[in-house]
Ligand binder design. Structure first.
Ligand SMILES: Cc1cc2nc3c(=O)[nH]c(=O)nc-3n(C[C@H](O)[C@H](O)[C@H](O)COP(=O)(O)O)c2cc1C
Length: 166
């Protein structure tokens, strides 16, 4: 096998990876925000902690920086319209929450209707990684009923045009 430049190899490999997509939502000072996120993972068992990485270009990043809590929603593979709303539109110009169903939960968290499951909790750590910043939450609420549908994943949304590049 011929080794190629490590940057190229990484970009090609990353483009092949299929990972779950989620929609993160938050609010601060009455301002709601949310976006589609691929960079996310559980990072601790005890206490349970989950990392959501937000691009510093995004409206959601700016609101999350002033927020106390963050919610994470996983949607079914066929909920492409909802995913497009949160991944291709920006809260800088569009009120996404006027275009979808949601309800306000404790701690002023907007919870999206129709998610396959969701969880949320206080933001306990914020770490700048590069052009994305990690928001670590400690999930303490949510809804995760029995389900059998396939979840939305990155290869299903690779044709999306992000509302903010990068
Ligand atoms: C496949 C895909 C993956 C994405 N992953 C992330 C991510 O991990 N973190 C992030 O902040 N934005 C990510 N985005 C981009 C935002 O969802 C997008 O720019 C959104 O329009 C930003 O909205 P906002 O400005 O209202 O926050 C991704 C978009 C797509 C299409």
């Amino acid at each position: 096998m011929v080794a190629s430049g490590s940057g190229d190899a990484f970009e090609r490999a990353a483009a092949e990876l299929d990972y779950p997509m989620l929609i993160a939502t938050t609010s601060a000072d009455g301002e709601l925000s949310g976006c589609l996120v691929g960079f996310a993972t559980q990072v601790s068992l005890l206490p349970a902690r989950f990392l959501v990485c937000l691009s510093d270009k995004n409206h959601t990043f700016r609101v999350a920086g002033r927020a106390s809590h963050l919610a994470v929603h996983y949607v079914a593979a066929d909920q492409v319209e909802l995913a497009r709303l949160f991944g291709e539109q920006t809260g800088d110009t569009v009120d996404k929450f006027a275009r979808c169903e949601w309800s306000m939960a404790a701690d002023n968290l907007p919870v999206l209707a129709g998610a396959e499951f969701w969880f949320a909790g206080p933001i306990v750590n914020v770490v700048r990684f590069g052009d994305h910043t990690g928001f670590v939450i400690e999930p303490d609420r949510g809804d995760a009923a029995e389900r059998s549908t396939e979840l939305l994943s990155s290869l299903l949304v690779r044709d999306f045009e992000p509302g903010h590049k990068g």
